[in-house]
Design a protein. Structure first.
Lengths: 111, 115
C-alpha cells in the first residue's frame, strides 16, 4: 500500500521565523508531487506541482524542493507571517494512479 | 475562490438514509474528483470522472456512487448511511484526464453528519 508521510504533524512558530516541513513518499515509479495549502474553513489551494528530480519551485516566501530518488520533498517558509497559518498537504502519485495525500502539517504562526 | 462549487455546505441526516452531494467544476475543466476527509485521515480519493465517463476509482464503497452529467456537473450519491460516513466531502476539478501533472482545484466541501 502506497503511503505519504508528512512531518511534523504540527508546528508552532513565531512571526518572522523560517520553517520547513517534510513529505516522504515511495521513490519507485514516481510521477508527480503536489503541495497544497489548506486554511481553516476554506478549500485546499495548490501551491506547487513538481515532476522532476531536483525541481525547486518558489512562490513568494514559500519554496519547495524535490528528491525523487530518495523519496522526499521539503517545503520552506521564510519569515513566517500569521497569514501563513494553515495545514500544508503533500500528495504524490505514480503514473496512471490517483493522488495519495498525506495527513498534512499544521502550521500556527504567532504574532 | 477556486471556481468549483459544491452544495449543500452542510448536511445532517440519519443512519440508513440516502443523500446526494453536488459539484460544479471550474469553467473549462473536464475532470471531476471526489474525496473524503474523515477525522484523523488524509484526503481519501473516491472516484474521478472525465467528460462524463468514469476515469479512475479509489476506495469508494459500494454504497456510494457518482456520475457526471453532460453539463459536466457531478453528483455523489451516498446510501444506507452509517455513522462512519460522517466526513467532509470535497470535489475537485482539473483540465486533463490524467492525474498528477497539473493541479486540482478544490471546492469548499460538504460537511456530512450522520446521526
Amino acid at each position: 500500500i502506497l503511503n505519504v508521510e508528512q512531518s511534523p504533524q504540527s508546528l508552532h512558530v513565531q512571526e518572522g521565523d523560517s520553517t520547513n516541513f517534510t513529505c516522504s513518499f515511495p521513490s519507485s515509479n514516481f510521477y508527480a508531487l503536489h503541495w497544497y495549502r489548506w486554511e481553516t474553513a476554506k478549500s485546499p489551494e495548490a501551491l506547487f506541482v513538481m515532476t522532476l528530480n531536483g525541481d525547486e519551485k518558489k512562490k513568494g516566501r514559500i519554496s519547495a524542493t524535490l528528491n525523487t530518488k530518495e523519496g522526499y520533498s521539503y517545503l520552506y517558509i521564510k519569515g513566517s507571517q500569521p497569514e501563513d497559518s494553515a495545514t500544508y498537504l503533500c500528495a504524490f502519485n505514480q503514473a496512471g494512479t490517483a493522488l495519495i495525500f498525506g495527513k498534512g502539517t499544521t502550521l500556527s504562526v504567532s504574532s | 475562490d477556486s471556481g468549483v462549487t459544491q452544495t449543500p455546505k452542510h448536511l445532517i441526516t440519519a443512519t440508513g438514509q440516502r443523500v446526494t452531494l453536488r459539484c460544479s467544476p471550474r469553467s473549462g475543466d473536464l475532470s471531476v474528483y471526489w474525496y473524503q476527509q474523515s477525522l484523523d485521515q488524509g484526503l481519501q480519493f473516491l472516484i474521478q470522472y472525465y467528460n462524463g465517463e468514469e476515469r479512475a476509482k479509489g476506495n469508494i464503497l459500494e454504497r456510494f456512487s457518482a456520475q457526471q452529467f453532460p453539463d459536466l456537473h457531478s453528483e455523489l450519491n451516498l446510501s444506507s448511511l452509517e455513522l462512519g460516513d460522517s466526513a467532509l466531502y470535497f470535489c475537485a476539478s482539473s483540465e486533463e484526464a490524467g492525474q498528477g501533472m497539473i493541479e486540482q482545484y478544490f471546492g469548499p466541501g460538504t460537511r456530512l453528519t450522520v446521526t
